[in-house]
Write a protein that binds this ligand. Structure first.
Ligand code: ZN
Length: 427
């Protein structure tokens, strides 16, 4: 009896295993392995987090030449990597010294880290290292280890409405936050370094560029915070390992490409816009302390130098706070025109339209924004108010309920949302 039962159990476990596991060829070892998350699912999850990553890094850097340069360089390096996924390369406006990747292909480089680089091989080294994490499935392994498959599958199939909507949205919010703060282990960093050196070398770049960035991070760390170090730990042994690997396996590295005129060109563009972005950073501090007049002066100065999507977005935000709704909409439109994937200006525009009682226009803007980032509680609150105003009771209830479920309790509209829900439900 006992034996029979255990046989049954084994069979049952085997069938569960075969349902939930996917057989794939490991790109690094070339061997067949079983993974929980298929490559396609990994790509889809990464795609869902791209707009949040862009939003949290203050939008995409608006210059087309810079974006197409990073895409070209990124494609050149990713073409030598064994894993075939959906590689994408973006420069974001953030002043932080950072670079990171998402599952299944997206790689982000900040404006801040680019300004600290001195040649193209350094950039190639950093990109190659991030591609190392993607090729070794480090993000996918984190997802498999941290979240249940039911959570991962539910965020992939988020239905537009319905009772599971709020819980799926909250799961996606958790997974996004987890991925954007993901810290790798020492072993994973060593693996990404080894792959990064290899990819750099194979794509024709001197892999010592990565080493030179490591040394820069160490020096910079004393004076300022280096975001990259908070997610990619860099003990001295890592630097030594990379030095050793290069001298033993790639002794002719110095013959490879170090720099290019395109790199110098895009650096010149970044330098010419730096002052404008610095004014925006100053303005952000004043916005935090509600010193709006000071903030607007700085943002005007920023826009005079370079009208970036980030500068227009923050001026839109100040105008919204000063109840200058028309000006807020016009600034938000300029930011959206420069970068359609940037969530924040869309949210600001939708709220300003709501405040002007332009219910349908506000619904159109906020629904578009929701397609980018769907875990923002304010978005649901204003959508709920819009739908209530045009008499769409079901959508008003759905949105206000989701707003309250996502809220941290400090948004300021919670009591109003509850009152509206009571009226809508008739008790
Ligand atoms: Zn790393």
């Amino acid at each position: 009896m006992k034996k029979k039962f255990s046989k049954f159990l084994v069979l049952m476990l085997l069938s569960i295993f075969s349902i939930s596991c996917v057989a794939e060829i490991d790109p690094i070892s070339g061997k067949k392995t079983y993974t929980l998350l298929s490559t396609q699912q990994e790509i889809e999850i990464g795609q869902k987090v791209v707009p949040s990553a862009i939003n949290e890094n203050d939008g995409l850097y608006p210059d087309r030449e810079v974006q197409s340069y990073i895409k070209q360089l990124g494609s050149k390096i990713s073409s030598v990597t064994p894993r075939k996924v959906d590689y994408q390369f973006y420069v974001v406006n953030s002043p932080d010294i950072n670079a990171f990747a998402l599952p299944g292909g997206p790689v982000f480089i900040t404006r801040g880290i680019l300004l600290k680089m001195e040649n193209e091989s350094e950039l190639a080294g950093v990109l190659a290292h991030e591609l190392g994490h993607i090729n070794a499935r480090h993000h996918a392994k984190f997802l498999e280890k941290t979240y249940g498959m039911n959570i991962l599958v539910s965020i992939l199939g988020i239905a537009l409405q319905g009772s599971d909507y709020a819980s799926a949205v909250m799961s996606l919010a958790q997974v996004s936050a987890g991925l954007l703060q993901l810290k790798f282990s020492r072993d994973q960093e060593n693996e990404a370094d080894a792959l990064g050196v290899r990819f750099s070398y194979q794509s024709g770049y001197d892999p010592r560029g990565l080493l030179s960035m490591f040394e820069k991070f160490k020096t910079l760390e004393r004076g300022m915070s280096v975001e990259w170090l908070s997610t990619h730990p860099l003990p001295d042994t890592r630097i030594k390992n990379v030095q050793q690997m290069i001298s033993q396996q790639y002794p002719d590295s110095h013959r490879l490409k170090q720099n290019s005129t395109s790199f110098s060109r895009i650096q010149a563009i970044l330098r010419s816009t730096k002052e404008s972005f610095d004014y925006v950073e100053e303005a952000k501090k004043h916005i935090k302390s509600r010193n709006y007049n000071q903030a607007i002066n700085l943002l005007n100065r920023a826009i005079d130098i370079y009208g970036s999507n980030q500068a227009f977005t923050y001026r839109a935000l100040v105008n919204l706070n000063l109840k200058r709704f028309q000006e807020a909409i016009s600034d938000a439109d300029k930011a959206i025109g420069l970068n359609g994937l940037y969530f924040r200006p869309m949210l600001i525009k939708g709220i300003a339209q709501n405040q002007l009682n332009q219910w349908t226009a506000s619904i159109n803007t906020l629904e578009k924004a929701k397609n980018l980032v769907n875990d923002n509680p304010d978005l649901y609150y204003y959508l709920g108010v819009d739908y209530q105003a045009i008499g769409n009771r079901n959508k008003a209830i759905d949105n206000l309920t989701t707003a309250l479920q996502l809220s941290d309790g400090k948004r300021g509209w919670e009591a109003d949302a509850q009152k509206r829900l009571r009226n809508l439900k008739g008790y």
